[in-house]
Design a protein around this ligand. Structure first.
Ligand SMILES: [Zn+2]
Length: 95
């Protein structure tokens, strides 16, 4: 299926970076499970009680999730609308 630019009707259109997958990677990186695990392995490396790492990781994760909640509305709008770039008129549009 060919995407056509609504401005100049050119078919030379490239889909922009898939925000959806970028978003889920950020989601994955910021999850408390990932950060707790990361904290625990850092502590194992430095020979510190892994429980401290899990607590620290969870604290970082909750800080990030608080920050992410504030950022979520614009991110969700972008994520639901994949954008396209027209190579002829260089305009970005969504379908
Ligand atoms: Zn165009």
């Amino acid at each position: 299926m060919q995407t056509i630019c609504p401005h100049c009707h050119s078919s030379r259109v490239t889909k922009n970076i898939n925000v959806d997958s970028t978003f889920s990677i950020i989601e994955q990186l910021c999850s408390s499970t990932t950060l707790s695990g990361l904290g625990a392995s850092v502590c194992r490396y430095y020979k510190v009680n892994p429980a401290i790492g899990i607590i620290a990781g969870s604290a970082i994760a909750s800080t990030i999730s608080l920050a992410r909640d504030k950022l979520q509305p614009p991110l969700l709008v972008v994520a639901t609308k994949p954008s396209y770039l027209c190579n002829t008129c260089l305009k970005i549009f969504t379908i």
